[in-house]
Ligand binder design. Structure first.
Ligand code: MN
Length: 234
């Protein structure tokens, strides 16, 4: 009885809608093809052990990053923001609602973060023009590391710590709250991000709990310095 009612409803639907109207209805009701999709990680979930544990990587990528992608698609759907390249959107993010700012930042920041890290067995220290620039602008690599860790520890609540190249070419450390980043027109310290570390608790809490300082210190073992150098303009 139930099955035949469903069948009747389906048949009635086909009968009352002419083919062209049915097509129009299908098109307008179908979700638009998402503008953004979750990028694959450039390494396995377990690859960053022992610095970042497998479970944290899975949740961070599959749940947190995926949520930023989904919420960004929802926030820009049907708006002119959907036609912009992501970095162009960030450069004028003040024109859009907070949901765009938070999720465009969340998506960009996480893609950048994954690409900034490397399994510890493949680690190479900074060298060449980037190393020289760090020495020149911070005094020494060790002084840079200290200042970077201090900025990460000093970010109250959730956010990011960045190594940026300023418009004048010099390197600087900055920090941003939430999912803001140095490409946004809303931030005080703008520049080209060279390195960015996630200091949200979701990035480290399973392994490090409240010990953000230990997480920051351990992260030096997995920085992808060749990737950072490729972003730097000597
Ligand atoms: Mn995160």
């Amino acid at each position: 009885m139930k099955q035949s009612l469903i069948l009747l409803a389906i048949l009635t639907g086909f009968q009352v809608l002419p083919a062209s109207a049915a097509e129009t209805a299908t098109t307008s009701n179908a979700p638009a093809r998402p503008v953004y999709t979750l990028p694959a990680l450039p390494y396995a979930y377990e690859a960053l052990n022992p610095v970042i544990d497998t479970e944290t990587m899975k949740i961070h990528h599959q749940k947190h990053h995926q949520a930023y992608v989904d919420q960004l698609n929802a926030a820009i759907a049907g708006t002119p923001a959907a036609a912009l390249q992501l970095e162009a959107l960030l450069a004028q993010v003040s024109k859009w609602p907070d949901a765009v700012r938070n999720n465009a930042g969340g998506h960009w920041n996480h893609g950048f973060f994954w690409a900034s890290l490397v399994p510890p067995g493949q680690f190479k220290p900074p060298s060449g023009a980037l190393k020289q620039a760090i020495d020149k602008d911070f005094g020494s690599f060790e002084a840079f590391q200290q200042a970077f860790e201090a900025a990460g520890k000093g970010q109250f609540g959730s956010g990011w710590v960045w190594l940026i190249q300023q418009p004048d070419g010099r390197l600087a450390i900055s920090k941003t709250p939430n999912q803001d980043n140095p490409l946004m027109d809303t931030v005080a310290s703008k520049g080209t991000p060279l390195l960015g570390w996630d200091v949200w608790e979701h990035a480290y809490y399973l392994k490090y709990q409240n010990r953000r300082a230990d997480y920051l210190k351990a992260m030096w073992q997995i920085v992808n310095w060749p990737a950072v150098a490729a972003r730097h303009k000597p």
